[in-house]
Design a protein around this ligand. Sequence first.
Ligand code: C5P
Length: 305
Amino acid sequence: MCRPKTQDPRPKTQDPRPKVLTLKSPAKINWFLEVMGKRPDGYHELVTVMQTVSLYDTLDFEDLPRPFIEFRCDLDLGPPEKNLVVRAAQAVQKTYAEKRGARITLNKKIPHGAGLGGGSSDAATTVVGLNQLWNLNLSTEQLEQVVRSVGSDCAFFVRGGTALCTGRGEIVEPKPLISGIDLVILYPEIVLPTPDVYRKLSENLQFERRKCNFFHRDALSLDATKVATKVFNRLEHVALRVSPKLSDVWQRTADEKAVTKRFVSGSGSSLVFVVPDESAARALAQSFEKRSLGRAFVAKSVAGR
Ligand code: C5P
């Protein structure tokens, strides 16, 4: 017996709404950073432990029916062709999706020129976002590969969490997470260009190299006190020398009672304060803002991105 044919009463129209996706883009700090030497390509060979933290930019991705990348941001970030989001989107488009287009809107919260990797993170979030928006099914390794050309820190942000990064910083080895550490990140409203800090360091590369001991057996359950004994940043003193204003803020934050460790993140200008818990973090951030030392963010080290 034949079944009677039933008809779907709904009209077969396409969903007119464009596909939109919103992703968070985390900042990073460096628990450890040693410079091994200068490379023939002008970059510096690094051993660094990178860590994502709970301070985020936000990116919206919207599908466009034509192969353009439209970029919008709530702040003026200079010419679009230099923007890391645009460069990352163009790299994905060129390599994997020539006919696709997107409107990308960036909402900035991570300060710029602060050693927090904001631009690199936004670039990584762009390749992750377009992979989803355009259903490209690219692997983590392919995403890392495509964003590596945009900047040294970018590949790390594809996965985030805790990682040992070597080479220019672009060779990423995921490590056991150092998550849940309470922090205050102080941005002293100083833009410190990364090349200036490396250039100053290059004047004298004759120093004894520190070994990274973050991933020894005793480090498996790291709390604020243990982390404090292992933190190191070769660029810290250089950043303080390059910027007298940063050096002044450094001196004015020397005697905070609750702080187990204070350090410069990456090439600066942000200062990171490790504290025992969130209420200590809130009190410290308030005190920094009251004393007009800069913008203070209460944050935690986090897993992933
Ligand atoms: O790779 P990225 O564009 O983020 O690097 C910015 C600048 O920082 C480089 O132009 C270089 O001056 C310096 N740098 C370096 N060695 C690294 C990473 C960055 O000298 N490993």
